[in-house]
Design a binder for this molecule. Structure first.
Ligand code: ADP
Ligand code: MG
Length: 143
């Protein structure tokens, strides 16, 4: 059996001793601000959609199911719910899911290359076709 030390490679900043845990404080409103105002104080791992999906997002079943239902509905599938209530323990990924929704709602097809494992690329909306309403702890999207 391969040990965890052989399979998991720590991030370079952890090995260098320069890791700042604040980088991983997920928050929705700076992402919305980033799209509305073009600037944000939060780390680019959250604002750069490609990096967010490529380097900072593990494709959990919950994330895949929520994104598939949200963007199927936006694509016109009326058989999936229009409203989702995310319930997890603290740190379970609710805000991360909302950030993923926000990036996909704003950028849609531009993310084709980064999204494969998480969402069927056919469900990506045309960029600019989705209206995003969001705040510090809630967001919703529709077209
Ligand atoms: N699917 C995921 N892949 C990678 N990191 C994740 C994932 N879901 C959550 N995280 C990270 O775990 C931490 C806690 O998640 P968060 O979304 O803030 O939880 P909640 O809002 O439910 O309290 C954050 O740093 C977040 O970016
Ligand atoms: Mg949260």
């Amino acid at each position: 059996m391969i040990s965890v030390l052989q399979t998991c490679q720590p991030r370079p900043e952890i090995l260098a001793g320069t890791f700042n845990p604040e980088v991983f404080t997920a928050s929705l409103s700076p992402i919305i601000d980033f799209y509305r105002k073009g600037r944000s104080s939060i780390d680019h791992i959250y604002t750069n959609a490609q990096q967010f999906f490529d380097e900072a997002t593990y494709p959990t079943q919950g994330l895949k199911t929520t994104l598939t239902e949200v963007f199927s509905r936006i694509a016109g599938d009326m058989t999936v719910p229009a409203i989702h209530r995310l319930e997890t323990a603290f740190g379970g990924g609710k805000t991360h899911t909302l950030i993923a929704c926000t990036h996909i709602a704003y950028q849609g097809k531009k993310l084709e290359g980064s999204i494969g494992e998480i969402l069927d690329p056919n469900l990506l909306p045309a960029p600019g076709s989705v209206s995003v309403v969001g705040g510090s702890s809630n967001t919703c999207a529709g077209n």
